[in-house]
Structure formats: structure tokens, C-alpha cells
Design a binder for this molecule. Structure first.
Ligand SMILES: Cc1cc2nc3c(=O)[nH]c(=O)nc-3n(C[C@H](O)[C@H](O)[C@H](O)COP(=O)(O)OP(=O)(O)OC[C@H]3O[C@@H](n4cnc5c(N)ncnc54)[C@H](O)[C@@H]3O)c2cc1C
Length: 240
């Protein structure tokens, strides 16, 4: 098997390398990089640089505004991005947005892609992924999931508590993992400015490079329209 990089991919590798070295590393000591990650202002500045270099969201298809790279090209690109801890933020490939974009592109309905994936891939909004819960909830073993989603008319009503939710503070929307009354895990898409979605506090971790920090989130009777199930009912563990 030939692992040589094509000329095109080598050129992209050099471009990302220069971008990180010249445009992003100088930001590493910026005071707007707080103990709970870059401020929204700093993130916007970094994203603007990635956008003007035409390097945003490398893993997303061109249809949704990304570079549409294949797996090998992604590996090269992401490695270069990682030369600065702020690189993935500037290139819109930092967790959890990177994974959320990927998941949504694969399983989300067309209307969900337009509503949430497109602005996410453009770096206009941020997202979070609410799976892990305080003991005795979901962690290494997601089947310990405690958060419930109970059908009520056209909605599901979600109750539970999540933590280590990267980017929760300031995220525009969340992917929430909850179990149905029959125990099946399902992912729901919800804006975060809805009643009952409460970011209780930011957790102190070793990390200082993810915008929005790592939050504790309380889900207090959060109503999510059944139409906003991500993908299919009961497929939560498969998607995770
Ligand atoms: C910086 C950071 C960001 C994160 N961001 C997110 C996020 O955005 N969204 C989200 O949902 N989650 C997030 N997480 C949570 C992460 O997914 C969990 O921490 C991880 O799944 C482990 O779960 P836990 O913390 O509950 O640890 P536990 O499952 O309680 O594990 C504790 C310890 O026990 C060990 N252990 C567990 N089970 C076994 C076993 N069967 N046999 C032997 N040893 C075992 C583990 O290896 C670990 O050392 C984040 C975590 C961190 C640190």
C-alpha cells in the first residue's frame, strides 16, 4: 500500500502548518484564553482567521461548507491543526463540534442539517454533546444512562443531569442522550435557550482550550418536539 501524500495533500499540509505557526501560535498567551477555554471573542477571532484561510470544517462535506476531505487527508490535516491547542478551535474541528458535525452529517434529517449543521460548519454557532452523567449514571458504560425522555403529545419531556459537557456554556444547541420508557437510548436535538436547560456551573479540569469549558447541565422538564429526534428512535448507542 502506498502511503505517499499526493501533491495536493502535501500542499494542504504545508498550508495548515504555516497557518498554525504564523496565525494561531501567537494567540497561545492571549489573556482571553481563560481557565475555562477561549472567550467567545477570542474564538470568533480565531474562527475568522480559519475562514479567511478557507480552512474551516475540513471533515464536513463541501455541500455543507467544509473541505470534504477523505480519512487520510483528515489525518494529515488534524495532525497539523494539533500543533497548537488552539488550532482545532480556529479550524472548527475541535470537540464536541467536530464529532457533532460528523454525526449529524451521517444521520440527521435534511431539515436538521439546514437548521443546525450548516451554521455549525460555518463556525457561526457552537454545540454540545450531553451524554456523561454524575455517578451512578452514564460514563465509561453508557448503558448506565439515567436521563429519561417521556413522550407527552408531540413532545418528549427530558429530565436528568449531565456533566463534563464540553462547550455547554454558550452552545446554541445540544445533542442529548436520554432513555425512553422502554429503556432504549435516543439522541435528541435541542436549542439550549429553552426552558429547563440549565448550565449549573463550569467544572475545573486540566483543559483550557475548549470554548465554553466543561459544564454541569441540568435538564429540568426540557420539552423536545418528537420531530427533533436525531436520526432514528432508539439508535442512541449505535450513533454514540
Ligand atoms: C475534558 C473532558 C471532556 C469531556 N467532554 C464530554 C462531552 O462533551 N460530553 C460527554 O457526554 N462526556 C464528556 N466527557 C466525559 C467522558 O466521556 C467520560 O469522562 C468518560 O466516558 C468516562 O466516564 P466517567 O468519567 O463517568 O468515569 P467512570 O466510568 O466512572 O470511570 C472511572 C474509572 O474507572 C475505570 N473503569 C470504568 N469501568 C471499568 C471497567 N468495567 N473495568 C475497569 N475499569 C473501569 C475507568 O477507566 C476510569 O479510570 C468528557 C470528559 C473529559 C475529561
Amino acid at each position: 500500500m502506498n502511503f505517499d501524500l499526493s501533491e495536493e495533500l502535501s500542499a494542504l499540509q504545508q498550508k495548515v502548518r504555516r497557518f498554525i505557526a504564523e496565525e494561531i501560535i501567537p494567540y497561545e498567551r492571549d489573556p482571553r484564553r481563560t481557565a475555562h477555554g477561549p472567550s467567545e471573542e477570542l474564538r470568533a477571532e480565531l474562527i475568522a482567521k480559519g475562514r479567511s484561510a478557507e480552512l474551516l470544517s475540513a471533515h464536513v462535506s463541501k455541500e455543507f461548507g467544509g473541505l470534504g476531505l477523505d480519512h487520510r487527508a483528515k489525518a494529515v490535516f488534524f495532525e497539523e491543526a494539533g500543533y497548537s491547542l488552539l488550532g482545532p478551535v480556529a479550524l472548527n474541528i475541535a470537540a464536541p463540534d467536530e464529532g457533532n458535525m460528523h454525526l449529524m452529517e451521517v444521520v440527521a434529517r435534511p431539515e436538521h442539517k439546514e437548521r443546525w449543521l450548516r451554521p455549525l460548519a460555518a463556525g457561526e454557532i457552537r454545540s454540545c454533546f450531553c451524554m456523561t452523567e454524575p455517578t451512578p449514571g452514564a460514563g465509561s458504560d453508557p448503558s448506565m444512562l439515567q436521563t429519561t425522555a417521556v413522550r407527552d403529545g408531540d413532545d418528549y419531556v427530558i429530565n436528568g443531569r449531565k456533566w463534563f459537557t464540553t462547550g455547554a456554556d454558550g452552545a446554541a444547541f445540544a445533542i442529548i442522550m436520554a432513555k425512553l420508557e422502554d429503556g432504549r437510548a435516543t439522541m435528541f436535538l435541542s436549542d439550549t435557550d429553552v426552558p429547563g436547560f440549565v448550565v449549573e456551573r463550569a467544572m475545573d479540569t486540566l483543559d483550557s482550550c475548549f470554548p465554553g469549558g466543561h459544564g454541569v447541565v441540568r435538564l429540568d422538564n426540557v420539552r423536545v418536539p418528537a420531530a427533533n429526534i436525531l436520526g432514528e428512535l432508539g439508535e442512541g448507542f449505535k450513533y454514540a
